[in-house]
Write a protein that binds this ligand. Structure first.
Ligand code: ADP
Ligand code: MG
Length: 698
């Protein structure tokens, strides 16, 4: 279509040869509106020599793509269940494909003689089979990637797309025409130097090869380039946020002040090298006019709290106030307890501010904060919002794994504060996730445990072997040790869970440990009662604490050596690891016992990880692999990344390279004003600028 020569990639997709008005309406439902969208509509999969497995090479449990011909298909009935089975042949062997649900529908999808690519995990049941595989019905020209050596792109086609002829072949045609637009519109935004330095191919080539690669090498080069781009712009965003935060004026807290030394001298342990190093990093941030924006990562038990307390002491020594935020009220109470116990010894005034306080009490605390008499406030997120006015807030400590929202920093700025911020994560975050989601922060690592700690021993038991465990617990108690038994209670509102914990408690008290002192702890127990139970547990007046998962983050009784987790299959990996961190906090060896009652495939894999690995960072890596980044962080966190090809789990080295490249660019040219960066700037403005925080750089 010569009249379209010179038209940009923003041209409506309707004008692409072969699209037209009818198809463009359906494409719009897939988000494909302009020519560029079509070019960036990447294949869902590629078939080639490197991705297709011959049936004779299949093994049980392996995920595989098989290309074969449908030989026969039919319904079967077993145990009153109707299912559909198909036999597929690729000339090296036979594979059975089985569908239990939607069998009637599936029957209509395939005809004998169809060439199909099946994707799924290999099972073995009277021969090789795939259950509910994904599939792509192939045209003749597609069906032979093994012999032709070609790379076949498969597009995510829907019923609606197919109804307007946009099946595999249809898609390839229109994409081919869309790619013609690239000839007059170079998409490239990197200069030669960066491309060579990073070993990247040209973007325009990458866009062609991702659709039509002459061979698998060029396909992987294309993928690397396109992944790099997505990570690069996200890291550019992080770099810009970071200078936006740190360039804004912070206070200089250069005094050491009297409190740090006083608390330090009263510690009954020596700080680990890692704690000392992190404290130094924090002091450097505080002493500089840059605003601190730091993430403190450390495994459970690595001693994050004392680092935060010492940091708070420095701030108070510089006549500023500190806010400590916990994700829940229970945790706020616990933190308050720890902070206060250290701070009151040096005459620093600490206050707790939570929702459930009498209004007269609340009023008094608010006044104290406004007048500066209260130097450290511990509470939930609410303490830096709403009606709380600080005299001079200099430092915010946040204890939670989710990041401190960009908006919250914005709120603080509105109040006229630009405090240093330290975020402590209860869960170590895999490195790739950390630099993706927290890439605008500096990261401090507590990668060393206090030295008298021994790693706990972890074992899995079932109902039959539980009796032995109970007698082991009696032995431990006889030696003066204490035990914790945890029942799952995922939400405080789950009534049946609570009943199970209560019933378990009754049974254990009466039948298993009649001579010992037990207590039951859960979220519905009143605070005074809870405190009393915890005090008595600390004093070893209670030997066995039965609890719901409220203990996950908070119990700190070094004498507790056994943690028995009931229905361990119901807990997540992080939760299990956190629970295990509650024991072996003293010098005695800890034992973590997982009672598995209902086995599923995924729960078995989770428990295997906990049995095998002690290190929180490794566990979070495994967690990421098992669950994927979306769930790991909750979908909300993930939602702002509309990635087409990047993959947090697999792109580790690309992410690091892209980060380095992006930060180098911003260091050289913080406002992207150099001529060589114009195209990067344009692209950034178009796709990412709205994600920059509203930080006033003043
Ligand atoms: P977490 O990193 O899980 O928050 P905590 O700060 O709660 O860990 O510390 C766990 C326990 O270890 C606490 O009882 C704390 O007093 C103790 N602790 C912290 N640092 C050290 C150290 N350097 N040596 C010995 N014990 C320490
Ligand atoms: Mg802690």
């Amino acid at each position: 279509m010569p009249e379209l020569r010179g038209k940009g990639l923003d041209t409506p997709v309707q004008w692409v040869k072969g699209v037209g008005p009818k198809r463009s309406v359906v494409l719009a439902t897939e988000g494909v509106v302009a020519v560029r969208d079509l070019i960036y509509y990447f294949p869902r999969r590629h078939l080639d020599r490197t991705t297709v497995t011959l049936i004779r090479d299949l093994e049980k449990d392996m995920p595989a793509t098989v290309v074969g011909k449908v030989e026969a298909g039919g319904f079967r009935i077993s145990k009153r269940r109707k299912y559909y089975q198909m036999i597929v042949n690729d000339s090296t062997g036979f594979l059975t494909c089985t569908w239990f649900n939607g069998a009637d529908y599936i029957k209509k999808v395939f005809s004998v003689g169809d060439k199909v690519a099946f994707h799924g995990k290999i099972d073995f049941f009277k021969g090789l089979q795939m259950i509910h595989p994904e599939y792509d019905i192939l045209t003749d020209e597609e069906s032979d990637p093994l012999h032709t050596g070609a790379v076949i792109p498969l597009y995510p086609s829907t019923q609606a797309l197919k109804s307007v002829g946009l099946d595999g072949r249809g898609f390839r045609r229109i994409i081919n025409s869309a790619l013609d637009f690239l000839e007059d519109n170079r998409e490239e935004f990197f200069d030669e130097e960066l491309l060579t330095g990073q070993g990247l191919i040209q973007l325009d080539d990458a866009l062609r090869f991702i659709h039509f690669a002459p061979d698998s090498d060029r396909l992987s080069q294309a993928m690397r380039r396109l992944k790099f781009d997505e990570h690069f712009f996200l890291q550019l965003l992080m770099a810009l946020r970071k200078i936006g935060i740190t360039e804004s004026k912070g206070r200089v807290m250069s005094k050491v002040g009297p409190y740090l030394k006083l608390i330090y001298e009263q510690l009954d342990f020596e700080l680990t090298q890692a704690q000392k190093r992190v404290l130094k990093e924090i002091r450097q941030d505080m002493g500089s006019p840059k605003v601190m924006n730091r993430l403190l990562q450390g495994d459970v038990g690595s001693g994050k709290t004392i680092v935060a307390i010492l940091a708070a002491a420095i701030v108070v020594g510089n006549d500023a106030q500190v806010a400590v935020m916990a994700p829940t009220e229970i945790l706020a109470h616990q933190h308050y307890g720890v902070f206060e116990s250290y701070l009151k010894k040096v005459q620093i005034t600490t206050a707790l501010l939570v929702g459930k306080q009498r209004s007269s009490e609340r009023k008094k605390i608010l006044e104290g904060i406004a007048e500066g008499r209260v130097q450290v406030v511990v509470g939930t997120h609410a303490i830096i919002q709403e009606d709380v006015r600080f005299k001079d807030l200099g430092f915010v400590v946040i204890d939670e794994q989710q990041r401190f929202g960009v908006m919250q920093r914005g709120k603080l700025l509105e109040k006229g504060f630009n405090p240093d911020v330290l975020i402590m994560t209860a869960t170590p975050i895999p490195r790739t996730l950390a630099i993706t989601y927290h890439g605008d922060m500096d990261i401090s690592l507590l990668d060393e445990m206090p030295k008298d700690r021994q790693p706990p021993m972890t074992r899995k038991v079932n109902e039959d072997t539980l009796k032995k465990v109970y007698s082991f617990m009696c032995d431990q108690v006889e030696k003066g040790r204490q035990c914790i038994i945890v029942y799952p209670l995922i939400e405080e509102s789950e009534k049946s869970d609570l009943e199970a914990a209560e019933a378990g408690f009754e049974y254990l008290s009466a039948k298993i440990f009649p001579k010992l002192k037990l207590a039951l702890l859960h979220g519905r127990i009143k605070k005074e009662e809870k405190d009393e139970i915890m005090d008595r547990f600390s004093a070893n007046e209670i030997q066995i604490l039965v609890a719901t998962s409220v203990v996950e983050v908070g119990i700190d009784v070094p004498n507790a050596t056994v943690m028995l987790i009931e229905n361990a299959e119901r807990f997540g990996l992080t939760q299990l690891h956190q629970l295990r961190g509650r024991i072996g906090r003293g010098s005695e060896k800890g034992y973590c016992i997982l009672v598995e009652r209902k086995i599923t495939e995924t729960s078995r894999r989770r428990l295997d990880v906990i049995l095998r690995i002690n290190d929180g960072f490794e566990i979070s890596d495994e967690d990421l692999k098992l669950r994927g980044p979306g769930e790991f962080y909750g979908t909300k966190q993930h939602g702002y990344l509309k990635w087409k090809i990047a993959d947090l789990v697999k792109d580790g080295s690309i992410i690091r390279e892209a980060r380095k490249a992006a930060f180098d660019v911003i260091e050289e040219d913080p406002h992207l004003t150099l001529a060589g960066h114009e195209k990067i700037r344009k692209r950034f403005m178009r796709d990412y600028q709205h994600m920059l925080p509203m930080v006033n750089v003043s």
